[in-house]
Design a protein around this ligand. Structure first.
Ligand SMILES: Nc1ncnc2c1ncn2[C@@H]1O[C@H](COP(=O)(O)OP(=O)(O)O)[C@@H](O)[C@H]1O
Ligand SMILES: [Mg+2]
Length: 330
């Protein structure tokens, strides 16, 4: 039986989402093939073995249990056959953790250092999208550009976002100069590098990409139906009027094109295992724009990624087995 180490938590605003994803993973893992241990990383980047009721992952209070600190992390993780990092955002999804695992030759699920780092930084992703010829909305990096150029080069309304963010934290819409000033001040709390991009009124479509037996599978497209004008943190995690769906009214040409872009991006970012790639589709102009790539997508049992794979007739349990086997074959 293979020993799997599931890592969760991390020092980012997505800590609690990660706890929920980790809970779903261990609940759905095929116990005939794998045994697991859970390790949480707290906001001080300290690692702890967690072995209590999984409800402490659901409510995020895992540190209140009898967790055991890990002193020698490298020695500890080397006891496992595969590490399954389920940490979104800073330090878990941006290549740092992946770099450490690669350095010590420890097999792990998902993208390696390069793809993780490229996918986390929205500016670097955009540079690569442009190079690949995948259309995207006009944007500026604020630290390089003067604010007045936003009006002439992009035009209002705009979206202001941290370059290294996730879970819609720090995403603000601005309709005019006054709002922009306020938005920049707000977003600066999250990142010193800020992206300002054209706001598009578009449908949000997502494609789950999976590597299976060295083949790349692009799922059908899922759609976000946000309760708010943008799919902000409230719409994503609080407002219950938001939902996700698998639409049946999309033109075949659009589906085909998005899946082609998704495959191209997965390949050229040198992704491993899996990724969720998100697009905008502006119906009026029939235009597709790439929004972003997520190298550790949300993985709760109701998250988009497992849902899309289920639609491809890959159950959550089989999905985990494919990901773990793929990590061991690298
Ligand atoms: N250019 C844009 N036009 C319209 N809405 C946007 C734009 N960029 C982001 N959004 C909205 O904000 C949400 C979060 O932005 P995103 O770039 O995906 O950041 P995150 O990495 O936090 O998910 C998107 O799901 C979308 O609803
Ligand atoms: Mg997003």
């Amino acid at each position: 039986m293979k020993k799997i180490l599931v890592l969760f938590g991390g020092n980012s605003y997505e800590h609690y989402v990660s706890c929920k994803s980790a809970k779903s993973i261990v609940e759905n893992m095929d116990k005939k093939l794998f045994c697991y241990e859970l390790v949480g990383i707290d906001f001080d980047n300290k690692w702890y073995r967690f072995d209590d009721d999984l409800s402490y992952l659901e409510n995020g209070k895992w540190k209140d249990t009898h967790v055991v600190p890990i002193d020698n992390i490298i020695e500890f993780i080397q006891k496992f056959d595969v590490v399954f990092p389920m940490i979104h955002g800073y330090s878990g999804e941006d290549g740092k953790l992946q770099g450490m695992l690669e350095l010590f030759d420890i097999p792990f699920v998902g993208c390696h250092t390069l793809a993780s780092a490229l996918g986390m930084d929205k500016e670097m992703s955009k540079i690569l999208f442009e190079h690949l010829g995948v259309p995207q909305v006009p944007y500026l990096i604020l630290e390089e550009e003067k604010q007045k150029e936003i009006e002439t080069r992009i035009g209002f309304p705009v979206i202001v976002k941290p370059a290294n963010g996730g879970s819609s934290i720090g995403i603000v819409k601005a309709d005019n100069k006054k709002q922009l000033k306020k938005a920049i001040k707000e977003v600066k709390q999250y990142d010193s590098k800020i992206i300002v991009e054209k706001f598009v009124k578009a449908r949000e479509l997502e494609c789950a990409v999976l590597e299976k037996n060295n083949r790349i599978i692009c799922s059908c497209l899922g759609e976000i139906k946000s309760a708010n004008e943008i799919y902000d943190y409230n719409a994503k995690y609080v407002n219950e009027k938001s939902y996700t769906t698998i639409p049946d009214d999309l033109p075949d040409k659009i589906i085909k094109q998005i899946k082609e872009y998704a495959k191209q991006i997965f390949t050229r970012f040198h992704c491993n295992g899996y990724a969720r790639i998100d697009f905008f589709y502006e119906e009026e102009s029939n235009q597709i724009y790439i929004n972003e790539i997520n190298t550790i997508p949300g993985f709760t049992s109701i998250s988009m990624y497992p849902k899309l794979m289920e639609h491809e007739e890959i159950s959550y349990t089989d999905l985990l087995t494919i990901l773990i086997n793929s990590a061991m074959s690298k």
